[in-house]
Design a protein around this ligand. Structure first.
Ligand code: 3HC
Length: 698
């Protein structure tokens, strides 16, 4: 079936696009539109409507065509043809007009949009800039400031907002085609003027050199290390200072530069990785989903409360269980505080916050879980306690209920064995703060049923999380890798580095925070307590945690005690370098017989990132993760790994497996083979001269 059709509706020609799922501007679609516009020039139509079938107007260029040889007509060429049409073209927008989709609408002579529609230019999120006139047409309609805000943020805006800044001409209700045909008839009645955005001038008011300099400075802070936002400013400056055609040339040149950058390749990889991670390879398509009408949560602490918010935010009622009324009160107060903060930021009305909290029922009685469809346990991270909880759940919960653990480390198979229904048990590992962090690590036990797994994947989407599937192992994908990363940061400290040194290197690399600053945020007691339950062998080499333990024993637990690897200003919470920490480090080095030497930044970076990558390879060879891109999703969405580097496994391919393998072997010689054993899969791929991406698509 053709992806573009053209038909006359009285004196209006209707160009209808049908390229599911999101009407991306594939080569076939571009060619089809070109032909339809050409055909319409010679028929009885007086105006044309460009409309899409399915759930949305064009959601952008076809990202899967990027990086492949270009096929004509290119999108800018097509948009020139649209704008040059001798009959006015009206874009009828519903759903989301994004990227090249909005640019197509802007090349039309008029735009109407359903009130429920959204429009935006999200290219920056792919490390790109709008490459089909977006940077030149938006400032002509909306002004320089609004254009910069829209294009550098990449976040879609509502139809009403688009109307208010001049991007669209009319907000309509009801049936999109009927409304667009009515609008087209008005256009004809008023003389069918061909309104070309490219003919407009950009308003120069307020767009001074200082304004641009300030805007650039703000962007470089907000998008640390990213190239595309700065290029966008350059394009808008060109829109202001040069004629349309010249501006288009600047836009094209910078678009191609961005497209060829490793940052864009990484972000495009993340786009598909995020969508791929919800797909379970061996799960039959027809697997039935369970209906989740009510959720039970055990534990109303920071984690349990955050998890509860996810569900009530999408209208799913929650029963929250705590050990006594006082703990319940504390838990509810914590949730109320969180909502109050959201309200104070203007992101939610007080009324909506109250409605959501009304969906939470507190209890101290397990019997209140009798009718719950999904229970999530978020109690203390201790296997015995978790097993006791699950054996209680086994007694009170109805048959078929999903019994999930929010454990970050424990063996989900052992937890499942404490029930008579291991097929209903699964790990749902949320990340703190659970109402904010996007990642949901889904841990599939050996006996977890397909139905329970499929429902868990679906529920992740319902509560707007990005799921990633892991098999059972200590720490699953994320924390298992994190242990190796933390190991290297501790060893670097002991062997000669400082917290600020390591954190600066990792932040410059693009991590949201350095590992020691994260340690202070999460609390140094967390690792200490986790180690308490382990044998010496499980704890590993004492050099990998002696500094953390020393700080813990001094009562320096991190931000919550005002001191950890750093000191914290009590008012501003600002991080301050504390000379005492260096003394602690030096004392520990002496005690362990380690001679401290300066470690250069490159070595710090390689030691930390290669530790992550090597463990990632082991996770893949053991089948703990389904695919490399799932590991990237875990790290980008759960651990602040820079998306513009594509996650640790994509980054590995970017810098080359050979170099990583050789360096790990050298590290083994220098720092000890007990820490540095190259993963068998890494060794194998290097021997075969393959990339990880090639292995993944085998
Ligand atoms: N190109 C190719 N495939 C796309 C696509 C695109 N622009 N947008 C979405 N898809 C695919 C997804 O990969 C997914 O495929 P799958 O089913 O095989 O996993 C499918 O369409 C559905 O997408 P979602 O799962 O994301 O569906 P949602 O309903 O949740 O979201 C959406 C829909 C809001 C449109 C979202 O897909 C989205 O944000 N898409 C990307 C929009 C975008 O970035 N556009 C700009 C592209 S760059 C550009 O236009 C350059 C130009 O300036 C020259």
């Amino acid at each position: 079936m053709s992806v573009v059709s053209y038909q006359l509706d009285g004196d209006i020609g209707v160009i209808r696009l049908n390229n599911p799922p999101v009407n991306a501007l594939s080569h076939a679609l571009r060619t089809g539109i070109q032909e339809a516009v050409a055909q319409a020039q010679n028929d009885a139509s007086l105006a044309l409507v460009l409309i899409c079938e399915g759930r949305t107007f064009i959601a952008g260029a076809d990202i899967s065509e990027f990086g492949k040889p270009p096929m004509l007509p290119s999108l800018p060429e097509l948009l020139n043809i649209i704008e040059a049409s001798q009959k006015p073209i009206i874009a009828a927008i519903h759903g989301t007009a994004l990227g090249g989709g909005l640019e197509t609408a802007l090349a039309c002579h008029y735009r109407c949009a359903l009130s429920t529609a959204q429009v935006g230019l999200p290219e920056v999120k792919l490390g790109l800039l709008p490459g089909a006139g977006g940077t030149q047409r938006v400032p002509r309609l909306a002004g320089v400031k609004a254009a910069l805000d829209l294009i550098t943020a990449g976040t879609p805006i509502t139809a009403d907002k688009a109307l208010s800044i001049g991007l669209i001409d009319k907000v309509v209700e009801g049936d999109s085609l009927t409304a667009a045909l009515d609008f087209a008839r008005d256009v004809i009645a008023q003389g069918a003027e061909l309104k070309k955005v490219s003919d407009l001038n950009v308003d120069k008011a307020g767009a001074s050199t200082e304004f641009f300099a300030e805007y650039r400075a703000t962007l470089s802070k907000r998008f640390r290390g990213q190239e595309a936002p700065q290029r966008i400013v350059e394009c808008i400056e060109a829109a202001l200072n040069t004629p349309f055609d010249e501006g288009m040339k600047v836009e094209r040149r910078l678009f191609v530069e961005c497209m060829q950058s490793s940052q864009s390749a990484a972000l495009r990889h993340m786009f598909f990785a995020e969508r791929m991670s919800s797909k379970v390879k061996d799960l039959p398509k027809e697997t039935k989903l369970k209906d989740i009408k009510r959720v039970g949560i055990i534990g109303g602490g920071l984690m349990g409360g955050g998890i509860a918010m996810n569900f009530v935010n999408v209208g799913i009622p929650v029963t929250l269980l705590e050990i006594n009324d006082e703990a319940l009160k504390r838990g509810k107060a914590l949730i109320a505080k969180n909502y109050a903060m959201t309200v104070s930021k203007g992101k939610l009305t007080a009324e909506a916050a109250a409605q959501r909290q009304d969906l939470i029922t507190g209890t101290t009685d397990y019997n209140d879980f009798a009718d719950i469809d999904l229970v999530i346990e978020a109690v203390f991270e201790n296997l015995d306690i978790k097993k006791q909880v699950f054996s209680k759940l086994d007694k009170v919960c109805k048959q078929g209920a999903i019994l999930a653990s929010n454990t970050s480390y424990q063996d989900v198979n052992l937890i499942a064995e404490s029930t008579s229904r291991p097929q209903d048990v699964i790990g749902l590992h949320f990340f703190s703060p659970a109402n904010v962090m996007k990642l949901l690590e889904i841990v599939r036990g050996d006996k977890t049923s397909d139905e329970v797994l499929a429902t868990s994947m679906a529920i992740a989407k319902t509560i707007k999380k990005v799921p990633a599937l892991s098999r059972v192992c200590y720490g699953f994908i994320g924390n298992r890798m994190l242990r190796q990363y933390a190991r290297e940061s501790q060893l670097c400290l002991l062997e000669g580095s400082t917290p600020q040194n390591i954190d600066t290197v990792m932040q410059r690399f693009g991590m949201a925070m350095g590992p020691l600053a994260v340690g202070d945020l999460a609390g140094i007691d967390i690792g200490y307590k986790a180690r308490e339950g382990l044998s010496d062998e499980q704890k590993g080499d004492i050099r990998t945690y002696c500094i953390a333990d020393a700080l813990y024993e001094m009562g320096r637990l991190g931000q919550k005690t005002g001191a950890g690897y750093y000191k914290y200003d009590p008012d501003t919470r600002q991080r301050i370098v504390d000379p005492i920490v260096l003394e602690v480090i030096e004392a520990q080095a002496k005690k362990r017989g380690v001679e401290r030497k300066v470690i250069n930044d490159e070595t710090i970076l390689d030691r930390l990132t290669f530790a992550l990558i090597n463990e990632g390879f082991k996770i893949l060879e053991e089948g703990i993760a389904q695919r490399p891109s799932d590991i990237d999703v875990v790290y980008a969405f759960g651990y602040g790994f820079p998306a513009f580097r594509g996650g640790p496994m994509f980054y590995a391919d970017t810098i080359g497996l050979e170099r990583i393998y050789q360096t790990i072997c050298e590290f083994g010689n220098t720092y000890g083979e007990e820490f540095w054993q190259p993963a068998a899969l890494l060794k194998q791929l290097v021997a075969e001269g393959k990339t990880l991406a090639q292995w993944a698509s085998r």
